[in-house]
Unconditional design. Structure first.
Length: 584
């Protein structure tokens, strides 16, 4: 970063160097880690994870960044520390043998301080300096600082010695962590350490409604921007995992790719042939409507595309889901065997909401799935309020969108005020929302599915009958009868009635057609008789007319001959003609 002076010349601004801790999520919160070459204070009550945080800082430094470390313990011996953190996969004895880690236990007795009469940390500085020089340490931990000042009531001496200690660590150029127990009205017992530290991290272990939750907050960080919220963190077999609050900026990348739901009829209803990749989907409905079946079918379709799917079950065990889905013709076990599907099943009361969020976040980071299923999210209300559940889901959906992971949530509809609030809170977050509702009529309970919303898609507004068969899930076209939408046996009865009416109608038409054919034949026969009669009459009339014409021609010829005889013309010819006629 550069800045111009009064003469217009630019010079580079110095920025604070940082040492990455290697603790998952913490370096993102602090934008790089702890201040390099400066002391940081980790404070909190008993059991909040101060020592573990410090140990992991040292071990990650050696293993991941090649920076040797020194751990000065005032409460636990080296072998006790090694045993305590062995369950987390940290082998302190091996690191000490490699000469990259030095663990020193210093025992300070209150009686010894009283006998001396004057308090001085010079002996600690010599011992600490020797340990740092021995391994060439870049990281140092003092755990815990209260033991240094046990029984000391002189605030002036305490403040002076604290400043000397912190300045000694700065002069050595090491990045140091000093742990301290939380006081009644201050961050530490003495109430002074937080003022002389360059960075103060507060760890908290709280119990709410019998649910344990650990949280971390950066109280102070000189010379650097940092996250100021409380962040949940989880301690498990891999150490500490901190879940940062995701970005509040709505600048996530989006995809136009479409992934199928596994139900062909539903994909057609969505208009695009499925859901957008990276979108969030909510499937809600009352108990027994088939929400888990839809979620399992969605996961099965993803695995068939050779995409990894992570299934979080809060109600049923994986074996139970595998068995139940077998009745639909879904072989879930084969996807598990091939490594495409992974289950994480637990009761919501196992953790608090924040811990569930951390566990989900960590599992996603580790498995790197393309599809995530949470079934059902409404069970989380048992460990938090509606607003807390919504806050958790906002973080989770934001994280999933950032990772371009397609997520499906199932929610139980209870038709009460709490559920309405939950639906309103959750449904506004998701990209697609589908509901399955009961349709009770004709003495039957059937299912109807419809799409409440699907962002970016021209989806169907129809209610389809949702059926669960031995060959999977299907949606049947809506059937509207005289009394409205019909489902189940009522739909079949109406179809049968209409088919029967159609047969009767066809039969009646056939009978009329045959009658018409018969009448046509009778009329054609009559027409043929009349035609024959007309032809006979016409022939008779023609015969009389011909005879009259012949007769008229003969008479005309005879008259001509008589006229010729009277006038004497052609008498000879006439006589010869008469003789010829006579001979004939």
């Amino acid at each position: 970063m550069s800045k111009k002076n009064s003469k217009g010349q630019s010079h580079q601004l110095a920025t604070l160097e940082k040492t990455p801790t290697g603790i998952s999520g913490f370096d993102e919160i602090t934008m790089g880690g702890l201040p390099k070459g400066r002391p940081s204070l980790i404070c909190g009550g008993p059991g909040c994870g101060k020592t573990l945080f410090s140990i992991e800082f040292i071990v990650r430094g050696v293993q991941e960044f090649g920076e040797p470390g020194v751990f000065i313990a005032f409460e636990e011996k080296a072998d006790e520390l090694a045993m305590n953190v062995a369950s987390l996969g940290f082998d302190l004895e091996q690191l000490q043998e490699s000469k990259l880690l030095k663990i020193d236990y210093i025992h300070i007795d209150k009686s010894e301080i009283e006998e001396t009469g004057e308090y001085d940390l010079e002996g600690l500085f010599i011992r600490l300096g020797h340990a740092i020089d021995t391994v060439g340490a870049k990281r140092v931990v003092l755990d815990t600082i209260e033991n240094l000042f046990a029984g000391l009531s002189n605030q002036a001496i305490l403040r002076a010695e604290l400043r000397r200690l912190f300045q000694f660590l700065k002069d050595k150029g090491v990045t140091a962590i000093i742990t301290g127990e939380r006081g009644d009205s201050s961050l530490t017992r003495q109430g002074l350490e937080e003022y002389v530290s360059d960075c103060v991290i507060l760890l908290d272990h709280r119990i709410i409604d019998q649910i344990s939750t650990r949280r971390l907050r950066v109280v102070k960080y000189r010379g650097s921007l940092h996250g100021t919220n409380e962040y949940p963190f989880l301690i498990d077999e891999e150490g500490i995992t901190v879940l940062p609050v995701t970005s509040l900026l709505l600048d996530k990348e989006v995809s136009s790719d479409v992934v199928c739901s596994g139900i062909d009829a539903l994909d057609k209803m969505l208009g695009k042939g499925g859901f957008y990749r990276g979108s969030s989907i909510l499937m809600s409905g009352t108990a027994g409507t088939g929400k888990t079946s839809v979620a399992a079918t969605f996961a099965d379709a993803a695995c068939k595309r050779k995409e990894r799917c992570l299934y979080f079950a809060f109600e049923e065990s994986p074996k139970q889901i595998i068995r139940n889905m077998g009745s639909l013709g879904l072989d879930i076990q084969r996807h598990i065997d091939k490594g495409y599907l992974q289950f994480h099943a637990s009761r919501p009361t196992l953790f608090g909401l924040e811990m569930h969020l951390v566990a989900i976040y960590k599992a996603i980071r580790k498995f790197k799935p393309h599809v995530v299923v949470l079934d059902p999210i409404t069970n989380l209300i048992t460990v938090g309020t509606v607003s807390e559940v919504k806050s958790m889901l906002v973080r989770l959906i934001d994280f999933l969108q950032q990772e371009q992971i397609t997520a499906m949530f199932t929610a139980l509809s209870l038709n009460n005020i709490v559920n309405e609030q939950t639906d309103e809170g959750v449904s506004s977050l998701v990209d697609a929302w589908m509901m399955i509702r009961d349709i009770e009529m004709n003495g039957e309970r059937n299912r109807g599915l419809y799409i409440m919303k699907s962002r970016g898609m021209k989806h169907s507004n129809q209610v389809r009958e949702f059926v669960i068969t031995d060959n999977g899930l299907d949606l049947i076209e809506v059937y509207v009868g005289p009394e409205g939408v019909l489902t189940g046996s009522a739909r079949k009865a109406q179809i049968l009635l209409e088919e029967t009416g159609e047969v009767l109608h066809t039969h009646a038409l056939s009978r009329k057609d045959r009658e018409i054919v018969r009448k046509r034949k009778v009329l054609e026969a009559k027409i043929e008789g009349l035609r024959n009669e007309f032809e006979s009459t016409e022939e008779e009339l023609n015969k009389v007319y011909i005879e009259e014409e012949i007769k008229r021609g003969v008479q005309q010829q005879n008259r001509q001959e008589l006229s010729d005889i009277r006038t004497g013309k052609n008498v000879t010819n006439v006589s010869s003609q008469a003789l010829q006629k006579k001979k004939k």
